[in-house]
Design a protein around this ligand. Structure first.
Ligand code: SF4
Ligand SMILES: [Zn+2]
Ligand SMILES: [Zn+2]
Length: 309
């Protein structure tokens, strides 16, 4: 098998793209895919500083690597979720990557800011699934950290497989409001919200893993323990089977949704957010969902303390 670009011996074959690449050409191909997505979707300008949310996993570190290589002014943001050894190991990987590349990394540890609550205890106290609690806490913390540090853009490492699985879930349940917001660029609906972009939305998990391997990126291989049994994984499995039968299915599914169907959903009228009475961040009710979560935990703690008296 020969490299599609230079005819040298190929190391990786991509059936979805009907191509094969040697190592140097693959790195160029991958970086160009990302660069093209940024330009086509007008995610951010050349000179615009970008905050990259890094989890220590392959996707976010590969994203940071590409953006830094392409010459964008990036800073990393690591959010400590308080999920035992997994969080400790992922933080180590993010810190080691930043140190090796000489890139600035901001660390926000949920157990050390605000009311000092990690994901597991919020989930237990509020009887939410860990991922539901985590999602609310992440959204709030990303916006708050970007606002505090003065960034207008936050990039996340969501890849094609993530987007395809999410799209399948949203379509199966006809979640119109979710489909209205499933875009590679989410423009802020409030001055305290940050623009959220997903430069890897058209590159698959496999392509990202190959890139990380070829670039020698050391990432946390294990998944978050709470990912086990997530419905998203079932959707990913179904899509992987379709992909084997018909290479390029995932790419067409997401690409065509964004190009043709998404604008129709985006027209759904959205109420503009007001401001949370507690923390001042954007909120759709009187209090934002993060502060509601915190309030629930504090009420529970107060009740437990009163019971002990
Ligand atoms: S799997 Fe769930 S708990 Fe773990 S990082 Fe993802 S959303 Fe958070
Ligand atoms: Zn080549
Ligand atoms: Zn709030």
């Amino acid at each position: 098998m020969k490299c599609t670009r230079c005819r040298a011996k190929a190391e990786v074959q991509l059936r979805a793209h009907n191509s094969a690449f040697c190592r140097p050409c693959y790195v160029v191909f991958f970086q160009r895919q990302v660069e093209r997505a940024i330009a086509r979707q007008r995610m951010f300008a050349r000179d615009e500083p970008v905050l990259v949310a890094v989890s220590g996993g392959k996707d976010s570190l590969a994203l940071w690597d590409v953006l830094a290589d392409l010459g964008y002014a990036t800073s990393g943001l690591y959010l400590g979720l308080g999920i035992g050894d997994y969080s400790a190991r992922s933080r180590d990987k993010a810190e080691a990557f930043a140190a090796r590349r000489g890139l600035p990394l901001r660390i926000v540890d949920l157990s050390e800011v605000g009311p000092g609550l990690g994901v597991p205890e919020v989930a237990a106290a509020t009887r939410r699934t860990p991922c539901a609690a985590c999602g609310t806490m992440k959204r709030h913390s990303f916006d708050a950290a970007a606002l505090e540090a003065g960034f207008a853009v936050l990039a996340t490492g969501h890849n094609l497989d993530d987007e395809a699985a999410r799209l399948l879930g949203n379509v199966l349940h006809w979640q119109k409001d979710h489909l209205a917001r499933q875009r590679p660029v989410l423009h802020p609906t409030h001055p305290k919200f940050v623009r959220k972009v997903k430069p890897l939305y058209l590159v698959s998990e496999y392509e990202t893993a190959v890139y990380a391997f070829m670039r020698g990126i050391d990432y946390v291989v294990e998944e978050c323990p709470n990912a086990v049994g997530a419905t998203q994984l079932v959707y990913k499995d179904v899509l992987a089977r379709l992909e084997v039968e018909s290479p390029g299915t995932k790419l067409r599914f997401v690409q065509e949704f964004v190009r043709t169907a998404q604008p129709a959903f985006a027209e759904v009228e959205h109420q503009a957010p007001g401001e949370c009475a507690v923390c001042g961040m954007p909120a759709y009710g009187e209090v934002c969902s993060y502060c509601r979560l915190v309030r629930e935990v504090e009420t529970k703690r107060a009740r437990a303390a009163a019971g002990r008296m």
